[in-house]
Write a protein that binds this ligand. Structure first.
Ligand code: 3HC
Length: 403
């Protein structure tokens, strides 16, 4: 089915970003939110994205207006009778999403696809409340949606092959890279990204290094931004929710750093609230330092050392566990991490990187970290099998890939 018209529900940063991406590819889109103020904010976000392009000489002012004419703001369901795909980017609550899709099923055509941009809620659960679970699918964009090339395509248990194919083609028409991912908590990218981000937060609260030192080390590794800066971009409130879902699914290895809860309670939600791991108003880090100081003096935290490997190894380990579980192929895991998080292209993604440095090196590094810092670093069983079988990566000609 070709998609001629889309609707995005939720005009926040992600929803507006997704609507901008759709208009950029030339398709009309309805942007709906609960009140006109929220819709206007979303429309202003889209205009600002285009205005930046105009300012850089990448498009003209009249092209901007042509793109803006493709978006219709809405606070009700008028205009939904010919919508081919609905993408929801609303509050992360299964019941709220279920109710939304139930309501929209009544006004949209029989053929409409209902896609959720949820970060980690189960697609099958959202679909279970609808009349046509075969039409419900996960379509997960990454922040900032206009820039990040990845779209995770996540079928639920009842999603039809036709819906999957349609969403893959639609994502390609948006000039994105769709990667099909098996449904699991965190899907693929958040599942791999969160252990990496979380370890950076643990290293910070344990006093292993400052926020700036941690971020600088990972930028030196080649990441486009440091993990603590990325936490602030994604949002501490959003990250706490994702971390809870991962902990619920994967247990103790996914225990969230305590500092995330502290920041959340202090209203330090990241860039959107003006402060998170960093203070964006005056650049003064005293607020963060006071939180860390309080955590350290209240006890229960060990004093540990920092290394970039400490932050990167959990991502590689989770990539191997995900590969073992068949969440995605090795090639797709690497493409997803490069397109969804900017993992350095010269390292080729976490699994190519493991092959470059040696699968045996990854195994012994994880074993050493597990001994020093805890069982969250426990190596994926597949790593031991590979090393025992001589699959050491580039140096032996065989690893996650063939050389
Ligand atoms: N909206 C629109 N465009 C933006 C933007 C935004 N918020 N931020 C940056 N851009 C554009 C710029 O205009 C510029 O466009 P141009 O190439 O046409 O001139 C381009 O992106 C590059 O921007 P900058 O030069 O200002 O900055 P950088 O080169 O440092 O790139 C970045 C910024 C793209 C954010 C980069 O730092 C990056 O890739 N960071 C990693 C982001 C990441 O990991 N995202 C995933 C988070 S996880 C997630 O979203 C899942 C969710 O479920 C939690």
């Amino acid at each position: 089915m070709y998609i001629y018209k889309a609707a995005v529900i939720g005009a926040g940063t992600m929803g507006a970003g997704i609507a901008q991406v759709i208009t950029y590819s030339g398709l009309p889109v309805i942007l709906r939110d609960v009140n006109q103020e929220a819709v206007d904010r979303g429309l202003a976000t889209i205009r600002k994205i285009y205005q930046t392009r105009v300012n850089k000489g990448k498009m003209t002012a009249s092209e901007l207006e042509q793109k803006m004419a493709l978006v219709t703001g809405a606070t009700d369901n008028s205009g939904f009778s010919d919508v081919d795909i609905v993408i929801e980017a609303i509050y992360e609550d299964v019941v709220v999403k279920q109710k939304l899709f139930q309501e929209l099923e009544a006004v949209c055509p029989e053929t409409t696809i209902f896609a959720s941009n949820t970060s980690s809620l189960p697609i099958s659960a959202i679909a279970s409340a609808t009349k046509k679970p075969e039409k419900v699918i996960g379509m997960h964009f990454f922040n900032p949606a206009p820039v990040m090339k990845l779209v995770e395509v996540i079928p639920g248990l009842g999603t039809s092959d036709e819906t999957i194919d349609d969403v893959v083609l639609f994502s390609e028409s948006l000039r994105k890279i769709p990667i099909r991912v098996q449904e699991c908590a965190g899907f693929l990218v958040n599942r791999l990204l969160m252990p990496y981000l979380n370890e950076a937060a643990i290293a910070l609260e344990e006093g292993a290094a400052t926020a700036k030192e941690i971020d600088a080390a990972l930028v030196a590794f080649g990441m486009p931004m440091g993990p603590l800066t990325l936490f602030d971009l994604v949002g501490i409130d959003v990250s706490v929710k994702v971390a809870d879902i991962l902990h619920d699914a994967y247990g103790s290895r996914a225990t969230a750093a305590s500092i995330l809860g502290e920041l959340d309670q202090a209203g330090r939600f990241g860039t959107k609230s003006g402060a998170g791991f960093y203070d964006y108003k005056d650049g003064d880090q005293a607020g963060l330092e006071a939180i860390i100081q309080k955590m350290q003096t209240s006890g229960g935290l060990q004093e540990t050392k920092f290394s970039a490997n400490r932050i990167i190894m959990p991502m590689i380990n989770e990539a191997v566990i995900s590969l073992q579980e068949g969440v995605a192929s090795a090639g797709d895991i690497d493409i997803a991490m490069m397109a969804g998080t900017g993992f350095p292209q010269d390292k080729g993604g976490p699994l190519h990187y493991a092959d470059q440095i040696g699968v045996d090196v990854v195994l012994s590094e994880l074993q050493s970290l597990a001994g020093r810092l805890g069982e969250r670093f426990w190596p994926a069983p597949m790593l031991k099998r590979m090393v025992a079988g001589g699959y050491l990566g580039v140096k032996s000609g065989l690893g996650f890939f063939h050389y």
